[in-house]
Design a protein around this ligand. Structure first.
Ligand SMILES: Nc1ncnc2c1ncn2[C@@H]1O[C@H](COP(=O)(O)OP(=O)(O)OP(=O)(O)O)[C@@H](O)[C@H]1O
Ligand SMILES: [Mg+2]
Length: 296
């Protein structure tokens, strides 16, 4: 069973169509990254998934249940929205208990302390949220999403604004949750982070998903470059290798070659070996997610 199945999802604010026709499937146990420029509709999408706002068309099935019956699965879903309505006068502990209560879950003091520890907020249970720093508020928002041990998590920019160490701690937490079988749907503008932690990604532009798949499959689709380092280059006899003559003639001690097909890699290496050219290092330089993103 898929964790998220979205078909033809639409959302308009007045005449503005933010989501035009979004189709998306997220499998159980995946960490799925949702990307798009500011205003692309990522937060709107998460708000629809979690019932904070309504779509203007299409269907959403979460954990096998249509979301028009969200009450039936509310307890199995955790959400960290982009702008959270943190209750500033509450202590961290009271806030987590209250938020758990809203989704019909009672949590023990031990559970509260465990959640605070998980997000790096140990010892803050009696502190008022008003006295939290930006990053601490972010962390308690994540803790809030985890109350009740949900199977499916929607996290809107969970690590933005966190210091690097805290961000890494949260990434580790996400990996641990995945290892426990949870499904995590997140947005982030940190493409290195997305590349590191997500099984699959989708890129939104103009209300639609324009790319979707593993980072490797997106790289594959966009092409690649091969970089070859060579220490000794005997005089190359290129006449019997007409297809590589141009490339081989460019080979120097350390050469960067652009190939058009993946098959050119072994072919070229065989050609070089036949001519006793020693290849000490071959690096396939792939497009980064950033480059793929910017090309959209
Ligand atoms: N309540 C609202 N009323 C009118 N327009 C809205 C409302 N909420 C969002 N929008 C518009 O919908 C579009 C998508 O906003 P959304 O917050 O989903 O973008 P996002 O992809 O999350 O961007 P960011 O990366 O900045 O967080 C924006 O153009 C925004 O102005
Ligand atoms: Mg947003």
């Amino acid at each position: 069973m898929n964790a998220i199945e979205v078909r033809g999802l639409k959302k308009s604010f007045g005449t503005k169509e933010v989501l035009q026709e979004v189709d998306l499937t997220v499998e159980r146990g995946e960490i799925f990254g949702f990307l798009g420029r500011n205003g692309a509709g990522k937060s709107t999408f998460i708000q629809i998934m979690s019932g904070i706002t309504h779509s203007t068309g299409g269907t959403v099935v979460l954990l096998g249940k249509p979301t028009d019956r969200l009450d039936a699965i509310k307890q199995r879903i955790g959400v960290m929205p982009d702008t959270s309505n943190l209750y500033h006068d509450m202590t961290a502990r009271a806030f987590l208990e209250y938020m758990a209560g809203l989704s019909g879950v009672r949590i023990s003091k031990q559970e509260v302390l465990r959640l605070l520890e998980q997000v790096g907020l140990s010892g803050t249970e009696r502190q008022k949220i008003r006295s939290f720093s930006f990053g601490m508020k972010k962390k308690i928002s994540i803790a809030q999403a985890l109350t009740g041990n949900p199977e499916l998590l929607f996290l809107d920019e969970p690590t933005s604004g966190l210091d690097p160490e805290s961000a890494i701690d949260i990434q580790r937490l996400l990996f641990a949750l995945k290892a426990n079988g949870k499904t995590i749907f997140l947005t982030s503008h940190n493409l290195n982070e997305i590349e590191k932690i997500c099984d699959r990604v989708a890129i939104m532009a103009e209300g639609r998903i324009v790319r979707c798949g593993t980072v490797a499959s997106l790289q594959e689709a966009i092409g690649q470059e091969i970089q070859i380092h060579i220490r000794t280059v005997p005089r190359l006899e290129t006449s019997h290798l007409p297809e590589y003559a141009r490339l081989l003639s460019q080979i120097d001690e350390c050469t960067r070659l652009e190939l058009t097909s993946k098959e050119d890699i072994p072919n070229l290496l065989v050609s070089l070996a036949k001519q006793d050219v020693k290849v000490y290092e071959v690096q396939i330089e792939r497009q980064s997610l950033e480059e793929i993103f910017l090309a959209v």
